[in-house]
Design a protein around this ligand. Sequence first.
Ligand code: 3PG
Length: 212
Amino acid sequence: PPAAVDAALGPVRVLPVVSLDDAAAAVPLAEALAEGGITAVEITFRTAEAAKAIEAIAASCPQTRVGAGTLLTPDDVRRAVDAGARFGISPGWDPQTEAAAAEAGLPYIPGVATAAEAQQRLAQGYRTLKFFPAEAAGGRGALRQLLAPFRRLEPSFIPTGGIGPGSLSDWLSIPGVRAVGGSWLAPEKLIAAGDWNGIAALASDAVAASSP
Ligand code: 3PG
């Protein structure tokens, strides 16, 4: 059975999805997000620096729960775990990557966009699922319809894809949404400019929008 995702994620309701071209930005970025009140971050395996970035945050930012995203292969999972990732996320799901996460004891969040995919993952024992690509797959209406038949299994979803500050609180108001993911919290431009105050401000705006 899947390892404890909830404990790994902690109380966050907003999960920044971060792609870093330079791992040197990882620690100041994580500190800026934490200053704004966001203490979990997903570093995606979309750049060559991902493992290094995870390692840096795991070593230097005890306040931040660092996870690995865009896990597409067992090798991605092993590199994430070796670097110190505390949870892992995939845009979808495949048996090999899932098996590698289970073997490593990595709390793992597979991605789903349809009822068939959700039913398969729930049958497998997963309870926290990424809903991806959230806006393109039908947005909030689609997720509400998807949740209805599965409710008695108590799934929780992390919608990600196309979400921003304008729709954040509407997504979070859907019962069954655990957190919202997105890259808007760590824009490439601000990272490149080293604008950590700007990123802290984006984070605290998101935290404000996610408080009831
Ligand atoms: C992801 O990897 O989860 C998504 O690509 C993030 O989507 P966004 O960039 O639209 O927030």
